[in-house]
Design a protein around this ligand. Sequence first.
Ligand SMILES: *[C@@H]1O[C@H](CO)[C@@H](O)[C@H](O)[C@H]1NC(C)=O
Ligand SMILES: *[C@@H]1O[C@H](CO)[C@@H](O)[C@H](O)[C@H]1NC(C)=O
Ligand SMILES: *[C@@H]1O[C@H](CO)[C@@H](O)[C@H](O)[C@H]1NC(C)=O
Ligand SMILES: *[C@@H]1O[C@H](CO)[C@@H](O)[C@H](O)[C@H]1NC(C)=O
Ligand SMILES: *[C@@H]1O[C@H](CO)[C@@H](O)[C@H](O)[C@H]1NC(C)=O
Ligand SMILES: *[C@@H]1O[C@H](CO)[C@@H](O)[C@H](O)[C@H]1NC(C)=O
Ligand SMILES: *[C@@H]1O[C@H](CO)[C@@H](O)[C@H](O)[C@H]1NC(C)=O
Ligand SMILES: *[C@@H]1O[C@H](CO)[C@@H](O)[C@H](O)[C@H]1NC(C)=O
Length: 838
Amino acid sequence: MTLSLALALFPTVSIIHTHTLYIYCNCTLPPLPPSRYTCDQSPSSSLSLINSSFPFKTHLQEMASSHFPFLGLLLSLFLSHVIVFTYAKVYVVYMGSTDSQDPNEIVLHNHRILSSVHTGSVEEAQAAHLYSYKHGFKGFAAKLTEDQALQIAKMEGVVSVFENTKRRLHTTHSWDFIGLAEEETMEIPGFSTKNQVNVIIGFIDTGIWPESPSFSDAGMPPVPAGWKGICQSGEAFNSSNCNRKVIGARYYHSGYEAEEHNNLEKQQEDEYDDDPKKKVSYRSPRDSSGHGSHTASTAAGRYVQNMSYNGLASGGARGGAPMARIAVYKTCWDSGCYDADILAAFDDAVRDGVHIMSLSLGPDAPQGDYFSDAISIGSFHAVSRGITVVSSVGNEGTKGSATNLAPWLITVAASSTDREFTSKVLMGNGVRIKGESLSMHQMRAPARIISASIANRGYFTPYQSSYCLESSLNYTKTRGKVLLCRHTERSTGSKLAKSEVVKAAGGVGMILIDETDKDVAIPFVIPAAIVGKRMGNRILSYINSNTRNATLRIFASNAKLGAQPAPRVASFSSKGPNALTPEILKPDIAAPGLNILAAWSPAVGKMNFNVLSGTSMACPHVTGIVALIKAVHPTWSPSAIKSAIMTTATVFDKNGKPMRVDPDGRRGNAFDYGSGFIDPTTVLDPGLVYDAEPTDYKSFLCSIGYTEKMLRPITRDNSTCNDRTFSMPSSFNYPAILVPNLKSTFSVSRTLTNVKKQKQRTVYRAVVTTPHGIEVSVRPRKIAFTRYGQKVNFTVTFKVSKPSQGYVFGYLQWKHRNSRVTTPLVVRVAPSNLGATV
Ligand SMILES: *[C@@H]1O[C@H](CO)[C@@H](O)[C@H](O)[C@H]1NC(C)=O
Ligand SMILES: *[C@@H]1O[C@H](CO)[C@@H](O)[C@H](O)[C@H]1NC(C)=O
Ligand SMILES: *[C@@H]1O[C@H](CO)[C@@H](O)[C@H](O)[C@H]1NC(C)=O
Ligand SMILES: *[C@@H]1O[C@H](CO)[C@@H](O)[C@H](O)[C@H]1NC(C)=O
Ligand SMILES: *[C@@H]1O[C@H](CO)[C@@H](O)[C@H](O)[C@H]1NC(C)=O
Ligand SMILES: *[C@@H]1O[C@H](CO)[C@@H](O)[C@H](O)[C@H]1NC(C)=O
Ligand SMILES: *[C@@H]1O[C@H](CO)[C@@H](O)[C@H](O)[C@H]1NC(C)=O
Ligand SMILES: *[C@@H]1O[C@H](CO)[C@@H](O)[C@H](O)[C@H]1NC(C)=O
């Protein structure tokens, strides 16, 4: 098989569409050559039609008319007829807030719009219709041609029309590590979180494996009154699968099936029993991937006494809010999650009565406009109704790759914990090293180690075979040996495949040199371990100086506590700045997302628990903590909850040193971890919060260029951009202050709200750690609070003193005795200002 063939085959295999960096799937993932990994499963062009007079043409028509004017006319006449049948795609038509309109009225209106672009045909309109969104917000999803989409985009009341884009889905010990006791009855000193039984968390994910002990309802009180959700029946799932823990379950597949031309066919149980490589996609809320069960159990799983990954890391484990309720919205299928389905899930969740939504998925960077992205739209309406929405920042790892950028979302970065899964490696010269691995295999005796580059086969160059690409290894040269393979790009899925390639070529072990994600443990199919570049070079020089008899022995993986330093920001965790609105910090917060053990779907690999890495795993840690805050402070707004999480976070590791970032251990900053690593022991008592109302989100949208005309249908109230409370996005009352373009001086105001129930006056004092080369002054410098709910404004002024290039970082802390309310200060001096002085 040639390389190009392997590449061409890639798009059909796509299990990793989540914000999970690594999913165990026990199936062959195709090899990818280094540096050409483009992940092109999602439609390459995301078309977004905001209501405007922008002239819009299909590419076909444009080409025809510019090159052959006359022919073009004929062609486009011909095409406009044919296109209806051949080029219909799914579009989401978003029409803003429901304005408490009758849902039936909305459906009727949607059908009228659809039949009007289908020249009045009711049948065609019905055939094209996928969903009507009518509870949380207004709109629909339908199969449309580009022409029809354009017609609808021009209609009164339509905010945006966009393609049904595919999104990717981006614990046990992690909870003790971040400071919550292990048992289910755990309480945070001074607060009772018993009320978590009244907190309902909605998960937009791959569904749930309801039989998992993590989702047992033993000892749980009846379902909270007022819950309007349902338990939707489907393949291998019926209403008996819901209980007092999993109180609701729905599934959405119309958007997926319309795009993938793939009916989720009913499959027999024994089909996958015999062949674990075969995929199952239950056409029901049942989880066939494992991702959804993993995230739900991380946030809200019950205490399970004996949780382990094939016996590794065994022990008791539970989710963050083990008594909170779970509502399942399965929208993610084998290859990803489509906008049309995500919006349908949001629409139902808002009506069902969830309190929190958790989405471990997101768009590819760079993210599109806020109102042409299902997660931004759905969460805007959810947050406007007091529902907190938590999401993952993404796994692209590079600067500026952060996604889920809207200020109303809580966006989570991934960090390590102090638990590592490592394999010991003993070299023939007596040197002992260790590498990351989840492999249960172990070598009985030392074997020769060679560099994979000298085991190249046929037409493959030594360079190609050094990456252990499929078919690149010569059996004669590989048989019985340990291979030293390379891995440089973030094509994480192929790491497991490399161990399969080496195994197929007769190799008995593998050392994988990985410069980027070396901290992610992978369940290799042979004894194997991942090492960094430095250790890799040491092994290489050992091989080169003992070309005939360099040997090595790899042992089975071990779980080890006490890894140092911890936490560190994971190398794959996507980084700021915010590509859409640089004044808004993203990510907001960091939580454990590296090698997390939690519940799994036995449909994959027949395992009940699994170890996964990704910002997908970090997100539900924050979701669990939001549930605890909600239990203790049920009236707090989503922004107050977010502020409590952000201002109490720490930027120090467990040794009290500044938190570092993998893979090179550089010192971290707010673009790596937001306001820091989450601290559940202090979130319930933040002292002060930076609160915001739904009207502030409107002001924010005005400040970034949304006109009243665009805003009116989104919000459907009488607010205008004139009565906004601020005019610059940096004035949004965010618990972080970012000044991306500081000319000489600039002032920013914030409002603090006192949330400490108190008898006496408390005085907070401002303490600033200045960003390098910037003068910062705070007015007033002392603030006294006398009552609960009191609001006080303050102003921070930034002044350039010694300009430097790029972003510089500092902090503002409001201190009262031992209380600290901390916000990051992030400043970049304007390039013009730099030129003048440097
Ligand atoms: C959309 O555009 C049409 C014509 O261009 C206009 O009549 C209509 O009011 C616009 N709708 C909104 C919501 O701006
Ligand atoms: C659900 O399915 C199980 C197993 O197939 C069956 O025993 C049970 O009766 C079903 N319950 C309902 C309410 O249909
Ligand atoms: C936990 O499970 C492991 C393997 O599955 C078993 O060996 C061990 O005895 C179990 N421990 C308890 C306390 O059940
Ligand atoms: C594999 O290596 C052996 C020994 O070096 C050589 O004879 C054989 O031709 C090679 N096979 C291929 C397919 O490269
Ligand atoms: C194997 O390597 C050692 C050094 O590590 C060397 O002393 C010895 O002579 C080598 N043996 C053979 C058979 O090459
Ligand atoms: C993975 O699949 C192979 C067959 O392809 C099977 O022999 C092996 O036991 C599976 N591993 C796990 C952990 O399920
Ligand atoms: C908007 O204004 C109109 C007329 O002034 C009024 O009838 C309507 O109730 C207002 N709507 C809202 C949501 O305030
Ligand atoms: C704080 O500032 C806002 C506008 O930025 C203003 O509306 C409000 O009245 C101020 N509050 C106090 C207590 O000064």
